[in-house]
Design a protein around this ligand. Structure first.
Ligand SMILES: NC(=O)C1=CN([C@@H]2O[C@H](COP(=O)(O)OP(=O)(O)OC[C@H]3O[C@@H](n4cnc5c(N)ncnc54)[C@H](OP(=O)(O)O)[C@@H]3O)[C@@H](O)[C@H]2O)C=CC1
Ligand SMILES: O=C1CO[C@H](CO)[C@@H](O)[C@@H]1O
Length: 277
């Protein structure tokens, strides 16, 4: 497993398993367990996904079956907008911990900026408080655009280590990526495979054929080559394994440029400037 360094010296696995739209039953448990046994060390969960309890069971069984320790894993969850505000954050954090069966998270993210600046800043201050109390190892944000980040950084005591945003070959986020690099904040990509849609793109398929890898592996490698942490979701054991198996090759400069050229600034999810849950 390869790791990405945060500005604070902590490290996060470059690839993790996403669990959005995974049923809160044995599907979630088995996918997470299979991922851990196959070598994954990072899981991207969220309260709003409604599956933290079965994800937690998968984590517990994965630790046992892979014969590793909790500290070997990097578990992320996200604070949903309904729980923003100073009076709610600590309860929401502990609610996620209880569901996951954990006593700390490696990373807790504000899931969306929302449209209320005061509430955003108050909520970030509450995350800082969790961090300062040693209850969570790292704090970060998700779906923040440059405007949200500038506002946050004007007030924050602690910088987010990460911004998790939509990123795939049709939305390459050049401006935001440059800004995050300048700020020393890591980018993490959600829906890296465009929820499967981009896998049949002829350019991607061509490159995959050229190097004898799958389209998903090409895109995941393209994330790594752009220094973007990524969390492809799969509940299919062979795909879970395939998506981690990208460390024995690199894309050429030309192949990276071909994929970059697929950009259309096209989102499959909401625009953070407007979305409010
Ligand atoms: N912060 C945020 O606002 C958001 C965060 N996320 C996070 O990002 C994660 C990933 O994004 P997500 O939207 O789930 O979509 P992805 O882009 O990861 O695509 C998942 C889809 O691709 C399929 N797939 C996965 N691997 C392969 C493969 N090797 N070959 C062929 N098909 C494959 C999966 O099928 P199958 O499962 O059937 O194998 C599934 O249908 C989420 O699970 C979540 O953790 C997502 C959205 C928003
Ligand atoms: O991570 C995500 C998936 O679930 C949420 C809604 O159900 C989305 O808003 C969010 O972006």
């Amino acid at each position: 497993m390869a790791y990405t360094n945060f500005y604070n010296g902590n490290q996060m696995p470059t690839i993790g398993l996403g669990v959005f739209r995974v049923e809160n039953d044995d599907t979630a448990k088995e996918a997470v367990k299979h991922a851990i046994v196959s070598g994954y060390r990072s899981i991207d969960a969220a309260y709003i996904y409604g599956n933290e309890s079965k994800v937690g069971e998968g984590i517990a069984e994965g630790i046992k079956d892979a014969n590793i320790k909790r500290e070997d894993l990097f578990i992320t969850s996200k604070l949903w907008i309904d729980d923003y505000g100073q009076e709610n954050v600590s309860d929401a954090y502990h609610k996620s911990l209880n569901l996951l069966g954990l006593d700390y998270l490696d990373l807790y993210l504000m899931h969306w900026p929302g449209t209320n600046e005061t509430l955003l800043l108050e909520t970030w201050a509450s995350l800082e408080s969790l961090y300062n109390q040693g209850l969570v190892k790292n704090i970060g944000v998700s779906n923040f655009n440059i405007k949200h980040l500038e506002m946050l950084l004007n007030h924050a005591q602690i910088k987010p280590v990460i911004n998790q945003v939509e990123f795939h070959p049709n939305l390459i986020q050049t401006e935001l990526r440059t800004y995050l690099k300048e700020q020393n904040i890591k980018m993490e990509s959600w829906s890296p495979l465009m929820n499967g849609e981009i896998l049949s793109n002829p350019v991607i398929k061509n490159i995959a054929q050229e190097i004898n890898k799958s389209p998903a592996q090409v895109i995941i490698r393209w994330n790594i080559d752009h220094d973007v942490i990524t969390i492809p979701k799969s509940i299919t054991p062979s795909r879970i394994e395939e998506n981690l198996n990208v460390y024995d090759f690199k894309l050429t400069h030309d192949q990276i440029e071909q994929i970059d050229a697929l950009n259309q600034d096209k989102r499959i999810g909401p625009d953070p400037a407007e979305f409010n849950g």
